[in-house]
Design a protein around this ligand. Structure first.
Ligand code: SAM
Ligand code: DTB
Ligand code: SF4
Length: 341
């Protein structure tokens, strides 16, 4: 791409024909130029002071059949995590109400499953419709789906389905061997075709190269539709997992490289909500501020992600006040911020 194409106006138009070399060239830009460009593109589509807040709940924890090398919940590793059954709907709804009271506008239910089993669908449908009735946007991440299951979840009121590509196609087998990249793409297709919004991103800081980070963002930017939400997770290094132990020994990702990844995500998927996702615990306020400047406009709130800690509500209230950030609310919730159950 020529330098003249690097104007915020041109970059703000979503493209699906990014080449890998173009994405790598964005990563290689002088940092100040890259962040300025990403911040300029961000302003073409969004209020730069508005940040969307999602809250996670692990509705089925641990004992997962997959061997994702970063995950506390895989049955393949001894992380000391106790496996639990699928939660009761009433307990999930109580957590969703607390999340809404804490300022979240989207509630994401996560299950440590390789794939959704049909026998669990009725209970999940009850959770989803119950959360939606609270005025929250609904999101779930339950592993692989068939097209029929995707349609059933949509029918129950599911707005977003999270299914991450995690890393580049080449690095994938260094992260997980119990499933393929193509299987991830198939589930994403089923989600799109069922008419749900996609939440799809990845993890940085797993020992991958910059070329792998570019490969992940290239894969996301060349999907038939850009993800509606694009979570960029910084690896939370969990002891007992292969990648967590490796990163604990070798050190975590350079925060400036993390900010670069956010900026490139903003540039290649200009209309997506880019989430500064896992890894905020222990990330300084100035680094988080740089992420918001570079185009991140969503976070997870609440003191827990799925199984690991996240900044407390008070800390995030201070962060929002110091950076003059406002919550980005979807319309349904605006109408009744403290509305009935
Ligand atoms: N089992 C489902 C799946 O893998 O799609 C849903 C739950 S899984 C925990 C959701 C996502 O969380 C993963 O795709 C991964 O990107 C992210 N994740 C899991 N453990 C993480 C960690 N330790 N650090 C950062 N992100 C992590
Ligand atoms: C996403 O991209 N990150 C979230 C959500 N989607 C499901 C999960 C982060 C999990 C961090 C590790 C844990 O708490 O277990
Ligand atoms: Fe299972 Fe998801 Fe964890 Fe992989 S990331 S081990 S699929 S819960």
């Amino acid at each position: 791409m020529s330098a003249s194409a690097h104007t915020p106006e041109r970059l703000a138009i979503p493209r699906h024909d990014w080449t890998r070399a173009e994405v790598e060239a964005l990563f290689a830009m002088p940092f100040m130029e890259l962040v300025f460009l990403a911040a300029s593109v961000h302003r073409q589509h969004f209020d730069p002071s508005a940040v969307q807040k999602s809250q996670l709940l692990s509705v089925k924890t641990g004992g997962c059949a997959e061997n994702c090398g970063y995950c506390s919940q895989s049955a393949h590793f001894d992380t000391g995590l106790k496996a639990e059954k699928l939660m009761d709907t009433s307990s999930v709804l109580a957590e969703a109400m607390a999340a809404r009271a804490g300022g979240a506008d989207r509630f994401c239910m996560g299950a440590a499953w390789r794939e959704l089993k049909d026998r669990d669908l009725p209970k999940l449908a009850a959770m989803i419709s119950g959360v939606k009735a609270l005025g929250l946007q609904t999101c779930a991440t339950l592993g692989m789906l068939t097209p029929e299951q995707a349609r059933a979840l949509k029918e129950a009121g599911l707005d977003y389905y999270n299914h991450n590509l995690d890393t580049s196609p080449e690095y994938y087998a260094s992260v997980v061997t119990t499933r393929t990249y193509d299987e991830r793409l198939d589930t994403l297709k089923a989600v799109r075709e069922a008419g749900m919004s996609t939440c799809c991103g990845g993890i940085v800081g797993m020992g991958e190269s910059r070329a792998d980070r570019a490969g992940l963002l290239h894969a996301l930017a060349t999907l038939p539709e850009h993800p509606d939400s694009l979570p960029v997770n910084a690896l939370v290094p969990v002891a007992g997992t292969p990648l967590g132990d490796q990163v604990r020994a070798e050190g975590q990702i350079d925060p400036i490289e993390f900010v670069r990844t956010i900026a490139v995500a903003r540039l290649v998927c200009p209309r997506s909500i880019v989430r500064l996702s896992a890894g905020r615990e222990g990330m300084s306020e100035p680094v988080q501020a740089l992420c918001f400047l570079a185009g991140a406009n969503s976070i997870f709130v609440g003191s827990r992600l799925l199984t690991t800690p996240n900044p407390e509500q008070d800390a995030d209230a201070v962060l929002f006040a110091r950076l003059d950030l406002q919550p980005m609310m979807h319309e349904g919730l605006h109408e009744r911020p403290h509305g009935g159950a």
